[in-house]
Design a protein around this ligand. Sequence first.
Ligand code: 13P
Ligand code: SF4
Length: 341
Amino acid sequence: MTITLPDTEQLEFTPEVAEATAGFYEKVRHLVPEFEWQLQAPLIYEINRLKKEQGAVILAHNYQVPQIFFGIADYTGDSLGLAREAMEVDSQTIVFCGVHFMAETAKILNPEKTVLIPDLEAGCSLSESITVEDVKLLKQSYPGVPVVTYVNTPAAIKAESDICCTSANARKVVESLGVDRVLFLPDEYLARNVQKETDVEVIAWKGRCIVHEQFTVEELRAYREQFPGLVILAHPECAPDVCDEADFVGSTTGMVSYVDRSDARRILLVTECSMSDNVQEAHPDKELVRPCTLCPHMKRITLEKTLSSLRNRQYEVDVPSDVRRRARRALERMLVIGRDD
Ligand code: 13P
Ligand code: SF4
């Protein structure tokens, strides 16, 4: 079988490709039918070959599809883990299979490296929920109150902030400041979930994640009824009442770690559903209940676009030096604080 790419070149599922990718197929065979694999394996083979040739590394978020997660990624993780990984890698080129704010964070922390994202339109509803003007007005309304900014924001917003946080360290970051109140931008639900765990007053903005805001308590209760013994793990971008209904709340990597150490047989991950596919493949002994809630931004990243990214060195992520310097300060203040999940 052959696949024709837009530049009319044909990639074939040769015996060499089949052999070189057999190990990856073992990991995704429950999800990918053989005929589909014959189209995807040549792409995976070519991406891995080019990656080696160029000395590039691929960082992939936990929400990437199994073919990317298992087939081409050198490092996988949550926003915090990938930001740290980006600083550790020796390679001069990082291809980021994730959304734009993640690639931008990698660039801010590694200005001397080339950071590529396969699709510049891979955004985030939280990143789009606030402007620099909004942050300036908030700072005027709350003079002297420090600004804690979720990493799911553009560099220009980070540059206006005192410190960043991720879903893995938000409470710790808030409490690290030693103040009575903070502005917490832009995720309203994450802010309210942090508020439940701290005496610091958390002043929220009104941003929402279009994926996590969809889950409801009623839905979770219906799953509990349908699947006895179900253990529910939720991402803190979900509504506070949804998080209250869950057995564990944490970042995407926090959830993966929970599954790794848990004896639970039936698990529901209240988050983006490619992650459930990846966790299911890693734990064939468990039953992952998988309501399909896709992040359209994460799904813009495909094998085809990742191959074009490597071939054409596109799309390079850059941040103006003044913004980069100020955003980096907020990120570095966060990076000395450990995980909280
Ligand atoms: P994590 O940092 O927990 O991976 O979350 C990132 C994200 O965008 C969740 O929607
Ligand atoms: Fe943004 Fe939500 Fe997609 Fe995460 S899942 S990248 S928060 S839109």
